[in-house]
Design a protein around this ligand. Structure first.
Ligand code: ZN
Ligand code: ZN
Length: 344
């Protein structure tokens, strides 16, 4: 079968090439990929910037956001048959550690992750343990279901923030993760919502407005952003701030915007920045990080889609065949694209 493969360590080293067809072992299922979406993580791997929990198994197939149809089931698999429509989780915990024992396999230090520590979904077929599969109700499109993984992160972090209706909220970073938070926040009645970008984000901010942001701003500076936040909140600041930039100055801007007693969640993958600790103390604020999600977040994300509250496929700006796979990397770096989908 054809697949988009990271062939070797280093920058680049990706190719659409022939790889062996997967065959399901005990407890495994092979899924025909109908739609699979590109994630910032895929670009990090391409750029040799991904820092994982274990070494990457070169060569391997990229991609971890997918939906499709069951093609073959291995021995011992019950509950799935060829032709079933499925989405999938992306993390397999070790099942034995402190966190796995509590159902928090997103924190497992020995996790496996499709498209990172094992072959992923940028291929005609993907082989996964049956336990990762999520049956799709009728009416849930493959395009929306392929985005269950990033959508479940938005569900996870808004749950952690205990977001409530009518809470003033800022989303810093109008990329796919920021805008998935916007969709869930809108569905929950959270707001007014300010979406902040930087110069060059104009197209993404236009889409943010379409998706229901109350105000969008391409802020050249943190002060400009703070002024907008104050205007929207009688000078108080934002009760909830979602940082989804992965950039050091994005993190600092996000901290600035938080109101007294407010909460900040960081989902962007910035490594280091300078932080004014006094600001955190004086605001009496909570700063949390969130990484990945577990089944209950996927199921809540699926319910948002199935009931028509959230349509993540609205973020898909580009659709292409897998054969053009290597084009995604330059395209992802141009900030006019949001989600890119490989469709078969
Ligand atoms: Zn992802
Ligand atoms: Zn574990």
């Amino acid at each position: 079968m054809r697949a988009l493969v990271k062939t070797a360590p280093g920058v680049g080293n990706v190719a659409v090439t022939d790889v062996p067809d997967p065959a399901p072992g005990r407890g495994e299922v092979v899924v025909k990929v109908v739609c699979t979406t590109v994630c910032g993580t895929d670009v990090l791997v391409h750029d040799d910037k991904y820092v994982g929990k274990r070494p990457l198994p070169f060569p391997f197939v990229l991609g971890h956001e997918a939906a499709g149809e069951v093609a073959a089931v291995g021995p011992g698999v019950t509950g799935f048959r060829p032709g079933d429509r499925v989405g999938m989780e992306s993390i397999i915990g070790c099942g034995q550690c402190h966190h796995c024992a509590r159902g928090e396999y997103n924190l497992c230090p020995r996790w496996h992750h499709i498209g990172l520590t094992m072959d992923g979904s940028f291929a005609e077929y993907i082989k996964v343990p049956a336990s990762l599969l999520i049956p799709l109700p009728e009416g849930v499109s493959f395009e929306s279901a392929s985005m269950l993984e990033p959508l479940s992160l938005a569900v996870h972090s808004l749950n952690s923030l205990q977001a409530r209706p009518a809470q003033p909220t800022a989303i810093v970073g109008p990329g796919p993760i920021g805008l998935l938070h916007l969709l869930v926040a809108k569905a929950w009645g959270v707001g007014p919502i300010l979406v902040l970008g930087r110069p060059g984000d104009e197209e993404r901010l236009r889409i943010s407005e379409e998706l229901g942001a109350d105000r969008v701003l391409s802020a050249a500076s943190g002060e400009e952003a703070l002024e907008a936040a104050r205007e929207m909140t009688d000078g108080v600041g934002m009760e909830l701030v979602i940082e989804a930039t992965g950039a050091p100055d994005g993190v600092r801007t996000a901290l600035e915007l938080v109101a007294g007693n407010g909460k900040l969640v960081t989902t962007g993958l910035a490594r280091e920045t300078e932080v004014d600790v006094l600001q955190i103390i004086r605001k009496n604020m909570v700063w949390m990080g969130r990484v990945a999600s577990v089944r209950r977040h996927f199921l809540e994300a699926l319910r948002l889609i199935a009931t028509g509250r959230v349509d993540p496929s609205r973020l898909i700006t580009h659709r292409m065949p897998l054969e053009q796979g290597t084009e995604i990397f330059p395209l992802m770096k141009k900030r006019e694209s949001l989600k890119i989908a490989f469709v078969s």
